[in-house]
Design a protein around this ligand. Sequence first.
Ligand code: 5AD
Ligand code: SF4
Length: 474
Amino acid sequence: MKANETTKKIKANKLISSNERFRRKISFEILKGLFMNYHIVTYGCQMNLHESEKIAGVLKGLGYEKEVPLEEADIIVFNTCCIRENAENHAFGNIGALKKLKREKKYLLIAVGGCMTQEAGKAEILKKKFPFIDIIFGTHNLGELSSLIEQRRRVKKFLLSVHDERGETEDGISPVRTSYPNAWVNITYGCNNFCTYCIVPYVRGRERSRSAKDILREVEGLLEEGYKEITLLGQNVNSFNSDGRGEMSFPELLSACASFGGKYRVRFMTSHPKDFTRELASVMAKRENVCNLLHLPAQSGNNRILSLMNRRYTREKYLEEIAMLREMIPGCDVTSDLIVGFPTETEEEFQDTLSLVEEADFSSAFTFIYSPRTGTKAAAMEGKIDEETAKDRIMRLVEKVNENTRKKSARFVGKRTEILCEDFDEKKKLYLGRNEEGRMGYFASDKNLIGEFVTLRIGQANGVSLYGTEENRL
Ligand code: 5AD
Ligand code: SF4
């Protein structure tokens, strides 16, 4: 799953507005009668971004009006990630930076949730290091967030609610969606795979599928509301219904999600190569509106490392799957996640990952230096790779991936491609949106085209970005 860590350092003491200066002077009792606002800081993957939309839903339900800059918020919620050490360090740094703000704004509430709080002993460390935190809630406790905040508003007391497992898959929370025209829809929660480097199964619990009926109802509702792209989310979407709760297989669900009327697209992530099937490839091929882009994390191109990672496929099987997909969808784009510096990885084994980029012809890939996570099997393995070697490997890997990305983007130059316009870039003064292959297309327009499908003629490519002119509107 794509990691999208917030690297921005939070500055809690920027210039504040006169309205905010007034608010800081009045008591919480008076403030309660005024509109209160929130700020959510999100780290990590799409799953967390969507969870933050649900946190916003909880806050709106409690009467918080809107999202405002951090220093003006009446409640700040951190939605944390613990997949790699640097994600945790960013959260620690940014929570710590709030000490002064919390001292100045007595009524300010600070809540910390997300994966980090589910790690063994982490909630206690957080509370000890940052005694000004008001609420710590786990990934299984979103349904309780509302009552936790209400309790904390009544009684000045630290509240902790971190459960081990959540059985149910419906939390009944309406998200405040922030990604129009795309909407994220959870299909599974948790993971059963226990890749030896990964902490997700420990902090997200066992895999649970939502029922297809609930998912389809949600998708239909979103399309009625005008969303034009649906992204189905799960740690391993291919094993949807492994617990029998989903009522159908993932290819069947994908096909059903793509069969409503009107023009829209369907994406999904993440697929595990051990569960990728011909049936899924054939749904991608048959359904026009399922995007021709597969994110299939390989992690390594070497069989010994793949086995140590407990990935349960070989390089050969991985390449066969891609070949099968491209037999059905010629030139289908594939992206990946790759890790370097896994314990005992040799230079030759790393070279196998480098060569996989070319052989699999990845359009792009997220590249990571292995980060030991306490409690995982790999963390106890011998043969740690030194930092210098790992950094050298990642630089060479990034170079190789970029080379391939440039090559794959160049094929769009001089051609037409359809994008779904999703935003306006204030700096570039250009509209932007992705084509089905995931490339970001930029173009100028005097009309606001957000939410519309636009055909561009591409004049130039730069990395994963394409620059073009509008041909016609569909
Ligand atoms: N170290 C480095 N990368 C990791 N990932 C997961 N756990 C680790 C770790 N301990 C990467 C994998 C996964 C992506 C979401 O994060 O590549 O696919
Ligand atoms: Fe982690 Fe592996 Fe599960 Fe992905 S499939 S979340 S890498 S354990």
